[in-house]
Design a protein around this ligand. Structure first.
Ligand code: CAA
Length: 385
């Protein structure tokens, strides 16, 4: 597979790198410390066309491809993983399913403002008692005439406290298992749709998540996304794309930690020499460099396939899961080793390293844990065996 970047991909990568260096990186530590939502950075991402980057221009998006999306995600997450995931959720988990499964009316009403960044979205699948076993949901939607009434709760919903639009998955027929799930689009301000205060987490402090309560939340059938009973497949298909975004986020975090460790190892002296002269440190740097390169190759492969799937009947379920699994576990390894190179300073709040170390951890959990990724990859590998 050829990963030579096109002129347009390089241009978008550069635009993301410049934005990350000038606007995001200088704010990242403070945003983390204060758990502050980056309102201004979200607005700037909207202005740059990064919130619906791979949605066609005529639907309000940036008109770019999924490789460009992954490249931009890497650069922005390198500066601030919180800002990265806010972007990823809006692109992969909200714009994408409405683009793929929404009607022309839904494109006009919901997708255009989301893809242009005028509005922000969130994705409601996980519940207090079901995360990995996603089809075992307790949130129900009952049809009453031309309306649906939703009751239940979703939790850990990234962007939840600030989102204008929520793509939510509900059980509409328990007897059908996964085939009894239906997707809906809910707008902020709908009576009975109640986002709760932001969660307290180990990392990605500036990317607020929360529980969403649905109490007699009544929406028109026009807000149903896809077929009745088709929601689980929409969720899975959406996560096939979302996992590329999280893999790119993980790579960005790891690259930031690696580059800082390389720099520090050249400056810091021990036993009369820079750390970089020590073979123990050189081996760590070598292992990190290989890990980063391998993750990048897996991410780009999955992104190329996702782009191909726009026009051809191609599945990238396994490739996305491989990219997400490898990149997230890699980010944990790399940030661990990079912090080790920094020694005590790595453990200090005065440096970014401890933030990278904390931020990396979530990438092994959200949008499918490492264990679920292994189930998905194994099941695909054994298909027909
Ligand atoms: N694309 C399309 N359809 C798919 C699919 C895919 N990738 N994967 C499965 N399906 C279909 C199957 O073909 C099957 O269809 P049929 O009924 O027609 O046969 C149906 O979906 C059910 O499939 P399974 O029997 O495989 O489903 P399962 O209940 O065993 O679950 C699972 C499979 C892979 C474990 C799934 O539940 C899963 O991915 N769990 C993890 C959930 C997850 O990633 N949650 C993240 C939440 S979002 C988040 O974190 C966002 C955030 O805030 C950042």
């Amino acid at each position: 597979m050829d990963f030579g970047l096109s002129e347009e991909q390089e241009m978008i990568q550069k635009a993301a790198r410049d934005f990350a260096a000038k606007a995001v990186a200088p704010r990242a530590r403070e945003l983390d410390e204060k758990s502050e939502w980056p309102t201004d950075l979200v607005q700037q991402m909207a202005d740059l066309g990064f919130l619906g980057i791979a949605i066609p221009d005529e639907l309000g998006g940036g008109g770019a491809d999924y490789v460009s999306y992954a490249l931009a995600m890497i650069e922005i997450s390198k500066a601030c993983a919180s800002t990265g995931v806010i972007m990823s959720v809006n692109n992969s988990l909200v714009c994408d399913p409405i683009y793929k499964f929404g009607s022309a009316e839904q494109h006009e009403k919901f997708l255009k403002p989301l893809a242009s960044g005028e509005k922000l979205g969130c994705f409601g699948l996980t519940e207090p008692s079901s995360g990995s076993d996603a089809s075992d949901m307790q949130t129900v939607a009952v049809q009453e005439g031309d309306e649906w009434v939703i009751n239940g709760a979703k939790n850990w919903i990234t962007n939840g406290p600030h989102a204008d639009t929520c793509v939510v998955f509900c059980c509409t027929d328990r007897s059908q298992g996964a085939r009894g799930t239906t997707a809906f689009i809910i707008e902020k301000g709908t009576p009975g749709y109640e986002p709760q205060p932001a969660d307290h987490k180990l990392g990605i402090h500036a990317a607020h998540s929360c529980t969403l309560f649905f109490e007699g939340c009544r929406i028109p059938d026009a807000n149903r996304l896809g077929e009745v009973g088709g929601g689980f497949k929409i969720a899975m298909n959406t996560l096939d794309g979302g996992r590329i975004g999280i893999a790119a986020q993980a790579l960005g975090i790891a690259e930031a930690a690696y580059e800082k460790a390389v720099q520090y190892s050249k400056e810091r002296k021990a036993f009369g020499q820079p750390l970089a002269k020590k073979q123990a440190i050189q081996f760590k740097i070598a292992d990190m460099a290989i890990d980063l390169a391998a993750a990048r190759a897996l991410i780009l492969k999955a992104a190329v396939l996702k782009e191909k799937a726009r026009t051809e009947k191609v599945r990238h379920t396994s490739e996305s899961a491989m990219a997400k699994l490898y990149a997230s576990e890699m980010a944990t390894r790399v940030t661990h080793q990079a912090l080790q190179v920094f020694g005590g300073y790595g453990y200090s709040k005065e440096y970014d390293m401890e933030r990278h170390y904390r931020d990396a951890r979530i990438t092994e959990i959200y949008e499918g844990t490492s264990e679920i990724m292994r189930i998905v990859i194994g099941a695909n590998a054994l298909k027909g065996a």
